[in-house]
Design a protein around this ligand. Structure first.
Ligand SMILES: OC[C@H]1NNC[C@@H](O)[C@@H]1O
Length: 450
């Protein structure tokens, strides 16, 4: 068989999840509600009112799930830590909450699986939101640094890869501006304030991490990035793509890697939100403190045409490619373009694809299997794009499939399945889909064969 794409021997093959999406046990061992507990219980916010109350019951089944990770043969496992388990109230540390993660890490270490921990994957403690709107309150930075510092103290060098935030675009723009995610605000000025404080909290946590000098551990941030393409060669469509790129990507990449917000977007946004009075002296220096790696979450691209009436002067145009169950166009070549652009314009640091994957209509067939050929094809094509980038000298060090298992897909509830492991939510039975069996072979071969 010919090898389609070969990866380095030390390439980090992984899968990813997050606390609120898989753990359940929302009232156990001292955990208090997060904004997602509140949001998912608010009428009309999630598909059929689905919540993370039980999810995949991972809090009780973590040993079984780590055994599945071993069976698939992953080298690393990316999970997130639930802030409301660690600090159920402001300033009140909860050791029982930390114990769960110590047991999870212990199970991973016993199987030589590298833990990669995301500090914040959207489950802000409700108490933080109740104090001035959570990320709208500049005090959130202090609360976050206290939380992160406790994690560094208790888990420190047991976690070789620390990720400060997952997708700040989602925890700010989607959550405070568009309103699709918790806390469900629809105020663009608030969205930019939240984004600024989240980025500041990232920088302050990196500074705290450096002061603790944790041997063998690295720290970075994960951004969801969506390359934007003009619908035509018309200048106005190119301008639309520039704004769409600024909206999705540069508003976060520039402060982190260039120490400034993008001028064109500042100008565009100033017409909408007025003064940027929430940006204080020294903030951008903090946000742009050096990190060790960049996590890239990639799913799809956008194609836009000029639209005079829209805030961003851009209107999405459907692409020609096939779509996933999320309606996202499948565009592996755009992942290659994205990685090349990051390398060219932003950073030579190591990068990890910390999420890539797809939702498809998965069914358990007569044979008790899930023949998810579309997901295999999706992952294969994106791995080929990654291999091409590496082959050209790109500093890509790893790839984490989103997701290890089907889980709570936020506003879509359990209606969208991203896992390479199927979860029967009535029995909590796990079934390795064909994609998990295929991924196992890819990991064994460090490469893809057709
Ligand atoms: O939409 C799929 C995934 N995208 N990134 C963040 C995760 O929490 C989502 O489930």
């Amino acid at each position: 068989m010919i090898k389609l794409a070969k990866f380095p021997r030390d390439f980090v093959w992984g899968t990813a999840t997050s606390s609120y999406q898989i753990e359940g046990a929302v009232n156990e061992d001292g955990r208090t509600p997060s904004i997602w507990d509140t949001f998912s219980k608010t009428e009309g916010k999630t598909y059929k009112g689905h919540t993370g109350d039980v999810a995949c019951d991972h809090y009780h089944r973590y040993k079984e799930d780590v055994e599945i990770l071993k069976e698939i043969g992953v080298k690393a496992y990316r999970f997130s830590i639930a802030w409301p388990r660690i600090f159920p109230e402001e300033g009140k540390y909860n050791p029982k909450g930390m114990d769960f993660y110590k047991k999870l890490i212990d199970e991973l270490q016993k199987r030589d699986i590298v833990p990669a921990a995301t500090i914040y994957h959207w489950d802000l403690p409700q108490w933080a939101y109740d104090k001035g709107g959570g990320w709208l309150n500049r005090e959130s930075i202090k609360w976050y640094v206290e939380y992160a510092t406790k994690l560094f103290e208790e888990l420190g060098d047991a976690i070789p890869l620390w990720i400060t935030h997952n997708e700040p675009w989602c925890s700010s723009i989607l959550s405070y501006g568009i309103g699709e995610h918790a806390p469900g605000h629809k105020n663009y000025r608030e969205a930019l304030i939240a984004a600024h404080h989240i980025l500041l909290s990232h920088g302050e946590a990196v500074k705290a991490f450096r002061e603790m000098n944790i041997k063998g551990s690295k720290i970075g941030i994960t951004l969801n990035l969506t390359p934007a393409y003009p619908a035509s060669e018309k200048e106005e469509d190119k301008l639309a793509a520039q704004y769409a790129d600024g909206f999705a990507n540069r508003w976060f990449l520039d402060p982190i890697f260039k120490g400034n917000y993008p001028e064109d977007m500042m100008e565009l946004y100033s017409k909408i939100i007025g003064e940027f009075d929430f940006i204080k002296e020294g903030d951008l220096e903090t946000i742009s403190v050096p990190i060790d790696f960049l996590g890239v979450n990639y799913y799809t691209r956008s194609i836009v045409k000029y639209d005079e009436d829209s805030m961003l002067k851009a209107e999405n145009v459907p692409g020609p490619g096939k779509r996933t169950e999320m309606g996202w166009e499948i565009s592996p070549e755009s992942l290659y373009d994205l990685l090349k652009r990051l390398d060219r314009e932003y950073t030579k640091l190591p990068m990890y694809i910390t999420e890539n994957g797809a939702a498809f209509k998965d069914e358990v067939t007569e044979d008790g299997r899930v023949h998810d050929d579309e997901r295999i094809e999706y992952i294969k094509e994106h791995l080929k794009a990654a291999a091409k980038f590496i082959g050209e000298g790109g500093n890509l060090k790893g790839y984490f499939v989103w997701s290890l298992m089907d889980n709570f897909e936020w506003a879509h509830g359990y209606s969208k399945r991203f896992g390479i492991v199927y979860v029967d939510y009535t029995t909590q039975k796990r079934i390795l889909k064909d994609s998990a069996l295929w991924y196992k072979e890819v990991i064994l071969d460090d490469g893809i064969e057709d």
